[in-house]
Design a protein around this ligand. Sequence first.
Ligand code: MN
Length: 333
Amino acid sequence: MSKQPLLDISDILERIRPGERADDARTLIKHAYTVAEQAHAGQIRKSGEPYIQHPLAVALLLADMGMDPVTIAAGLLHDVVEDSDVDLKWLAQEFGPYVASLVDGVTKLEQIDKFSHKSEGLRNEQESESLRKMFIAMAEDIRVVIIKLADRMHNMRTLAPLSEERRKAFARETLEIFAPLANRLGVWQWKWELEDLSLHHLDPATYAEIAALITERRLEREASTQRHAEILMQELTKENIEAENSGRPKHIYSIQRKMRRKGVPFSQVYDIRGVRVTTHTIPDCYRILGIVHGLWKPIPGEFDDYIATPKDNMYQSLHTAVVGDDGKTLEGQ
Ligand code: MN
């Protein structure tokens, strides 16, 4: 994997949106950085970079997610209790109870994580689920789980210097615990990246193969998706339905899963185009579904109503699949 340029606290500060409290936010974050930098002084990551690069990267992920300044500050400080002689009491005096309790939460999750590592061997799905539940229950504040996910994201992005055995153990745990947590919290971008990074380490050959095929077929696929989306959007305008078309990229891990689950080759999974439309009201969702089924022939058994039965994370949508104008499957959400 390519070497990232070194981060600087200004990379985080420049992402703080201007506003009434922006100065307070910057002061808090700068202070957290100073403390973290001193606490980790002299510590080096396996990659050879100064340790502070890790909390900086975690804070940057949190800032990019639009998290609040307290969470970003806690992201900068998330490893100090574990890895230096700074303690919680001092953090609470220095930063107030909110930053301190987030750092405390992340440190506690770290301990469950370590404990669960000791009882190694493969976890079964039930054990993974209870671990995921424990993570959420332990974290009285969901922001603790978000920080932990950012921590895992950066660790997964920088696994290269570790032994193959450790990389695979990390990747397996990420697939079992952290990607499903990201999914549950609705942080799709992180879920996809965690899954793709895991596959990259668990099965590098398959990963490389799918990545190469995607590059080869991308243009053709995008043109076809675009054409179908335009036809649909024109129809919605005619019907006075306000809606937005948001593309839906396919990720390497989800392609691999589907190939395996259905026992089909790449082309059959990848040639499935997806159009995703978002709208303002539930009745409009069903009207759009009717229009889609009027334009193209629905494929029996492919309709799911996640409005009537929402998913765990409260995700609500209608899923369908139709035969597109070129005879290939088109999925609609
Ligand atoms: Mn960490």
